[in-house]
Design a protein around this ligand. Structure first.
Ligand code: ADP
Ligand code: MG
Length: 468
């Protein structure tokens, strides 16, 4: 018997808005002081009235449009009733049978629905007692549910990554898994049998590992003729196993009913047509366009589009480059950005995204390399300088003091050594292989540990080669 994985995801996303979902309290995920951003509405005081946040509704519509879903003409909020100390009202305002969005598709996986609800508070367990922080209570929370179309653990993680990227491109959420802006639950079964819901997944790697573990655990049970229990399990990151949390036999009846304080409403009021026109270029389209337009490979494109800021930076820099050297290779620039700029950034403890190397300066640097004014080793040194003080590489080159050794007498000794050691390159040059000159300059630069002035070196080599 073959066991085919059937996996569905439920994804919760904290939306980026100024205020909370139904009140004026600030929506600030970074607030450290407990219970600072609260008011009678999000604390669930009797007699208060919820007023839906328009920006949050627009965000969900944007996501629906980006994923090709149907924006339902009429939508409504419902009360989901249950008791838990982090839920001050005793119910959560959510959406039940008329979500904002129905359908859609991402990476070939069908989306069942996308709806809007409010987040709960957080419990802080300290010194034998539990405290409640309501800063998060009432924050706008989007929930996306897929059909059980996913057929491997890898595919589940890929779906999460691509969704995260789209959310960032749309600007609707920072979607940081580690910070809990984006939370995944995986529903896992084999051949659409009894499903297990896995919670406590804090990264895409954990999504993959937990799903893989669960698929293997279920297959083993079935092979032994045992049943898979219908339950919720938690991912134990340290032990790399899933552990039973609660049986679905104890499943709640939430007694959903329409939220009486918010009447059903028409989505046309949020101008979905305009929102559709204003959608940015999405990651998949950008990925393909970069490959075609800039003649870079898939791997380079994937890295460059991994953040909207980085993609924008690359395009700006390429456009500067093409202005100076029409036929310059964008792929060379992409490589410098992905490898060298990143290396310098990492050495300095920031991400590539946070590096402040001006796109124009990077383009200048690449031009200097193309025109063979500097060696790749010097380019690395320059990059470090540009990174530190955002200077133009042209200015660095003009500044003689940049090169420890510009004195031709001193360089002359090195040039003679290089000639003596590389007679083949000299012969090649005389046969017309002009690249050999750059090779010789490179050798001299190696001896000088990158500290020679390449202009002076070139001149010296040329002078001697003419005489030879
Ligand atoms: P529940 O009522 O238990 O919450 P739903 O039908 O609402 O279940 O589905 C929740 C999630 O579980 C969805 O992502 C759905 O695709 C997925 N799912 C449903 N049935 C299965 C199954 N047999 N195996 C795996 N995932 C499933
Ligand atoms: Mg569910």
């Amino acid at each position: 018997m073959e066991y085919k994985p059937t996996i569905g995801l439920e994804v919760h996303v904290e939306l980026k808005t100024r205020t909370k979902m139904f009140c004026d309290s600030l929506n600030d995920a970074d607030e450290k002081k407990p219970n600072k951003n609260t008011c009678p509405v999000c604390l669930g005081h009797p007699g208060t009235l919820p007023v839906p946040n328009k920006e949050a509704i627009k965000h969900v519509i944007r996501v629906g449009l980006a994923l090709g879903g149907k924006i339902n003409p009429v939508t409504k909020f419902d009360r989901k009733n249950y008791f838990y100390p982090d839920l001050p009202k005793g119910y959560q305002i959510s959406q039940y049978d008329q979500p904002l969005v129905t359908g859609g598709n991402l990476l070939g996986i069908k989306i069942r629905r996308i709806h809007l609800e409010e987040d709960t508070g957080t419990l802080v367990h300290a010194q034998g007692s539990s405290l409640v922080d309501f800063n998060r209570a009432g924050m706008p929370l989007m929930e996306l549910v897929t059909e059980p179309d996913i057929t491997s653990a890898e595919e589940a993680a890929d779906f999460g990554r691509e969704l995260q990227l789209i959310l960032r491109y749309l600007g609707v959420s920072d979607a940081d898994m580690e910070k809990g802006h984006m939370r995944l639950e995986a529903n896992v079964s084999l051949n659409m049998g009894t499903k297990v819901e896995i919670k406590n997944i804090n990264s895409f790697k954990a999504a993959r590992d937990a799903t893989l573990y669960e698929l293997e655990r279920q297959e083993e049970l079935l092979r032994d003729g045992k049943d898979v229990a219908h339950e919720t399990r938690g991912w134990d990151e340290a032990k790399q196993i899933t552990v039973s949390q609660r049986s679905k036999e104890e499943a709640h009846d939430y007694r959903y009913f329409p939220e009486p304080d918010i009447p059903p409403f028409e989505t046309v009021a949020f101008e979905p047509d305009i929102l559709a026109r204003e959608l940015p270029e999405l990651p998949a389209a950008k990925r393909t366009r970069f490959i075609q337009e800039y003649k870079i490979d898939e791997g380079q494109s994937a890295v460059l589009i991994s953040s909207p800021k980085l993609a924008e930076y690359f395009e700006e820099s390429v456009s500067e480059l093409k202005e100076m050297e029409r036929d310059a290779s964008a792929s060379l620039l992409a490589n410098y950005l992905i490898n060298d700029v990143r290396a310098v950034a990492v050495e300095n403890g920031v991400s590539l995204e946070q590096s402040h190397v001006n796109p124009e300066h990077l383009a200048h640097l690449v031009v200097l390399i193309i025109r063979e004014k500097i060696t790749s080793r010097q380019a690395k040194d320059m990059l470090e300088k540009i990174f530190q003080s955002d200077v133009d590489p042209e200015d660095i080159l003009k500044d003689e003091s940049y090169y420890a050794i510009s004195d031709s007498g001193e360089l002359d000794v090195i040039v003679q050594d290089v000639f003596a050691e590389n007679s083949q390159a000299v012969a090649d040059y005389k046969k017309g292989k002009i690249q050999s000159l750059q090779f010789l300059v490179g050798k001299a630069m190696g001896k000088l540990k990158g500290k020679g002035n390449p202009e002076v070196l070139r001149e010296l080599f040329m002078e001697y080669l003419k005489k030879k």
